[in-house]
Ligand binder design. Structure first.
Ligand code: SAM
Length: 285
């Protein structure tokens, strides 16, 4: 039999997940402020960041550190406090806990201990980026961060080639160009949007094809970024320029002519004769 209890009624303890601003502090809503105000403890991914956010709002709270590496022990402490009747909220550094941030294990632990979990609404970088991208919002796939290791990143991108949903990635500024190049070479030169510094004073949405975005000056790509990429489309419509770009990437990567042609046929799913012709025309003159 499934046990049911409304989140805001009944007697079971409840953990509140609190999204934090992704840049603009005024996005901390009155509801969030009152949930934090009422809390006995603020558990946070980084207690220093949490404390400076709290002090901006003149809130002074006891904090508990709960991050990726101590989620197990910190989770046990949080459960104990909640069972004692204390009010605990949990927040990560930016956006929603649990979205490319710690929180998932804490939620599962609480649920396993009969503790209810509720979440206040707030900003998350992926949702902001998707809706301003200009790409389809009907179906989307949130990927978060790709692996940092090149071979693993390429392998993961390969798995995403045929995904028809709009793809959403998080990326650190020092890897952004490499990632855009890898995406153009693997996914094909699709439409994309680079959403930079969302909600902050220098918010910028740069729309173009992946290869165009990969040519942007590195020094102009500072701050936090989300990459939104068009989903898989009919590859017979891929233009010659995209194929030439993908070939160039493979040749620069060190593959020989025939190997590069084979790799591009596989990744872009286009006929070998066509890729070979473009190779001869572009690189064998
Ligand atoms: N939990 C967060 C959320 O719900 O969006 C994500 C945290 S993840 C560790 C950090 C990544 O989110 C950054 O590397 C960047 O890709 C993205 N991000 C966070 N704030 C952003 C902003 N203001 N503008 C663009 N991207 C942002």
């Amino acid at each position: 039999m499934i046990e049911r209890e409304l989140n805001f009624e009944g007697t079971s303890p409840i953990l509140y997940l609190i999204p934090t601003p992704i840049g603009n502090l005024s996005e901390w809503s009155p509801r969030i402020l009152s949930l934090v105000e009422e809390a006995d403890f603020v558990a946070a991914e980084d207690t220093r960041n949490a404390s400076s956010l709290l002090s901006h709002f003149n809130l002074k709270k006891a904090t508990i550190s709960c991050h990726e590496h101590n989620e197990e022990e910190a989770g046990a402490k949080i459960v104990e406090l909640l069972k004692e009747g204390k009010k605990v909220v949990y927040m990560s550094d930016a956006g929603y806990p649990g979205i490319s941030d710690p929180g998932e294990r804490l939620v599962r632990r609480c649920l396993g201990e009969g503790i209810k979990v509720s979440v206040a609404s707030g900003p998350s970088a992926f949702a902001n980026a998707l809706v301003v991208s200009g790409l389809s919002t009907k179906h989307f796939h949130f990927e978060g961060f790709l692996p940092a290791k090149e071979s693993e990143r390429t392998a993961r991108l390969h798995q995403l080639i045929k995904n028809e949903d709009t793809l959403i990635f998080y990326e650190a500024p020092h890897r952004i160009l490499k990632t855009l190049i890898a995406m153009a070479a693997t996914l094909g030169d699709r439409k994309a949007a680079l959403c930079r510094e969302l909600t902050k004073a220098h918010e910028e949405i740069i729309r173009g094809s992946l290869s165009e975005l990969a040519l942007l000056p590195e020094e102009s790509l500072r701050g936090e970024m989300v990459i939104v990429v068009e989903g898989y489309f009919n590859h017979e419509e891929i233009d010659d320029q995209t194929i030439a770009f993908a070939l160039k990437e493979q040749l620069e990567y060190g593959l020989r002519g025939k190997e590069a042609v084979k790799r591009v046929c596989e990744t872009l799913d286009v006929k070998k004769n066509r890729v070979y012709e473009i190779y001869l025309k572009t690189f064998e003159r």
